[in-house]
Design a protein around this ligand. Sequence first.
Ligand SMILES: CC(C)(COP(=O)(O)OP(=O)(O)OC[C@H]1O[C@@H](n2cnc3c(N)ncnc32)[C@H](O)[C@@H]1OP(=O)(O)O)[C@@H](O)C(=O)NCCC(=O)NCCS
Length: 237
Amino acid sequence: MRTDPGGCWVAEEDGTMVGVVTSLVREGTWILSTYAVRPGHQGRGVGKPLLAAALHHGRGALRGMLSSSADPRAVRVYRQAGLSLHPQMVLRGTLDRTAIPLGTGDKVREGSAGDQDLLDSVDRQARGSAHGADHPLLMTQSRLLLSETSTGSGYAYAYPDGRVALLAATNRRTAGRLLWSALADGPEQTEVAHVTAANEWALDIGLAARLEVWTVGYLALRAMRPPSPYLHHGSLL
Ligand SMILES: CC(C)(COP(=O)(O)OP(=O)(O)OC[C@H]1O[C@@H](n2cnc3c(N)ncnc32)[C@H](O)[C@@H]1OP(=O)(O)O)[C@@H](O)C(=O)NCCC(=O)NCCS
């Protein structure tokens, strides 16, 4: 609401809020963050006008991204809005620590607010638009890991429970180093979410770590290919 008030709408019935949508625009990419109608009010035409209002906020943006639930109503309206649906995998289970490569954690350091320009540059290369104001927010919610070498740069945000919230890199080697590092620092029961077929480097790490592969929802995109090497954020994409 602070950065994109025009992208945030609610639906009311008899003075009660029954639905909400929040969306944002970052450097020519429209992103849908939150979209929900109260159970009991779903499937009665509340959701569609809400999404239309959010889409209007992104009318000047060529590209679009959102992470869709498996709800058939959501999938229907996203496709009707012209987005392409890319299935998302989630890797979860018990981490096999013996699979963690020797030297994991080397060439990875903690990041801070002073790294914002680098983070934005990596974003532009990996997904075509910088996260900008999202980075200070992400830093309050999660730990920032950074890797910079002569051949590539990248970053990952990891929640206190070890799950990766967002990962972006300029090459797969750097992305893999960051993912192994986040997994190694996290707990035994773990999860790597939002893996698309364009990110088989992450799928292969999950399999090496003996995690199970499941499919959950879609990465829905307009006028762009699934970013790679990239594990998108669920609501800041
Ligand atoms: C997704 C959601 C916000 C849509 O809002 P809604 O008020 O239920 O949607 P609408 O009533 O406007 O209908 C959307 C479309 O789905 C259709 N639909 C309704 N019930 C359906 C069902 N059970 N299965 C498939 N389609 C259905 C509607 O007919 C409409 O399509 P149409 O206009 O072409 O006929 C709402 O269902 C919801 O909150 N779902 C749970 C949370 C969620 O998954 N949110 C998305 C996060 S990415």
